[in-house]
Design a protein around this ligand. Structure first.
Ligand code: CA
Length: 466
């Protein structure tokens, strides 16, 4: 491999339409499992690269660049419908979708990338395959570091002074620093020991308090109490809830279409595939037994949230996450019943139960139809598990900022690893906070050096006492 790479010519930067942009023709690259073609008309240069059909098929192009942040524009053809692709720039990978183009070439932005002085490398990997690549053009990007801060006014108009104070604190650093956060004790303690910094946010999940789990296994003895204690010791608390469906659990092993065993036992009951619970029917009929079970479950979690309220600890409350994905039952019936459920929960917790210590965090996907509304949400979060932990997520950020700048705080509510906040900031990506998922911040996934570099960077804000 390396011998072949050495033989690859290094192509000089050439500017075309955009001043100071660098166009890299795909057909000048090193081909693995792919070929150069000229049959489709309208290409630039001497042809285009086609034949992305098998895993490992790719094109790698070396070129000379100038250091900076660029937008990567890919000219491609996806004649057989939308296709996923993987782009790598100097070893940093990102994934995206090519919209369908018919028989013609089209151009799409793959988001912001970073080039260095001298030799650079760009590659397109197969992804879903069945597309053609004409060129990649790097256009100098305008990087904006400014965010417009939303008003300090919470969805719950009766929020306690301490809760408003926490929100104001999140706002005060928004645009200059990103607060660190971590799920669970084991990883939190590991971070403290390894970096000598403690995450600003401690996160946990109410899953095992779901009544349909407690039927099978006793509720946790001190999960809530531990989180309250963390809050009293100066960490910000974030709570989510893998809500086991109120009833209609499948509760047995299933076979998939290939005859493979699928575990749909009671403890998988938050997954759509492990329950027959019909959210749509339930929320449409407040007199139904299933509606009452929804309220019963919310009430059970309200008992836990009450413990934070009693201790005057505000909570970043992130229920009903990843709804748009459809893999959890609360997202299985589309956006309308989901939004009804969100608003029902909002009313039950704030009005009926009088819990005014909640900052409402919505985990957003791609489709605006799932948004419960400005009056029910304080923070928008993404759950991100990029194949490459150093992915700056700049196109996601830019897209959300376009829609919500000045309206809502933006955060990473789950990350598979530790997001590279210093790198993100070079791209103008300025999340209010991040929270890492359990089991993702220790070797081999995350090295101690990377963990320390990020936690000790001045752009990351940790627990106040550190
Ligand atoms: Ca070309």
């Amino acid at each position: 491999m390396s011998a072949i790479l050495v033989a690859v010519a290094v192509f000089a930067a050439r500017a075309f339409q955009h001043r100071n942009s660098i166009r890299v023709e795909a057909e000048t690259g090193l081909l693995t499992g792919t070929t150069v073609a000229t049959t489709r008309s309208g290409y630039s240069g001497k042809g285009y690269v086609t034949g992305f059909t098998k895993d490992g098929d790719k094109v790698v192009i070396k070129f000379l660049g100038k250091p900076g942040i660029y937008e990567a524009m890919i000219r491609y053809c996806a004649s057989m419908g939308p296709k996923g692709y993987d782009l790598g720039v100097n070893g940093v990978k990102t994934s995206g979708m090519f919209p369908a183009t018919g028989a013609k070439f089209g151009t799409t932005s793959a988001g912001k990338v970073e080039l260095k002085n001298g030799r650079n490398s760009v590659e397109i990997d197969k992804g879903w395959g069945y597309f053609d690549i004409d060129y990649i053009e790097f256009v100098p990007a305008k990087v904006s570091h400014s965010v417009r801060k939303p008003p300090v006014a919470l969805a719950d108009t009766h929020a306690t002074a301490k809760t408003v104070e926490l929100f104001a604190k999140l706002e005060s650093t928004y645009g200059t620093k990103t607060l660190s956060g971590q799920y669970d004790d084991n990883d939190t303690d590991y971070i403290s020991k390894t970096t000598l910094k403690t995450p600003a946010i401690f996160a946990a999940d109410f899953m095992d308090y779901s009544p349909s789990r407690v039927e099978f296994s006793p509720a946790p003895k001190n999960l809530t109490e531990n989180a309250v204690h963390r809050g009293q010791k100066g960490q910000i608390v974030s709570m989510s809830w893998h809500w086991n469906a109120p009833t209609d659990l499948i509760n047995k092993m299933l076979k998939d279409s290939n005859g493979k065993d699928v575990d749909a036992n009671w403890y998988k009951g938050f997954y759509t595939y492990a329950t027959n619970f019909d959210l749509s029917a339930a929320v449409d009929d407040p007199s139904s037994a299933n509606y009452k079970l929804i309220v019963r479950d919310i009430d059970a979690i309200a008992d836990q949230l009450q413990k934070f309220s009693d201790a005057n600890i505000p909570v970043l409350w992130r229920p009903l996450h990843e709804a748009e994905g459809g893999w959890f039952w609360w997202g299985a019936k589309g956006p309308e019943p989901f939004i009804k459920l969100w608003r029902l929960m909002f009313n039950e917790l704030t009005v009926v139960r009088g819990l005014h210590n909640l900052i409402w965090v919505f985990t957003i996907g791609n489709n605006p139809k799932w948004y419960p509304g400005d009056a029910y949400v304080d923070v928008l979060g993404i759950d991100a598990y990029p194949g490459d932990h150093s992915d700056a997520l700049s196109s996601t950020w830019d897209n959300l900022k376009r829609q919500f700048d000045g309206k809502k705080l933006l955060a990473i509510t789950e990350f598979g690893g530790v997001p590279d906040i210093p790198r993100m900031r070079r791209f103008g990506v300025e999340w209010a906070y991040f929270v890492s998922w359990p089991g993702e911040v220790q070797p081999p996934g995350t090295t101690k050096a990377t963990l320390s570099r990020i936690y000790r960077d001045p752009s990351v804000k940790n627990k106040a006492s550190d």
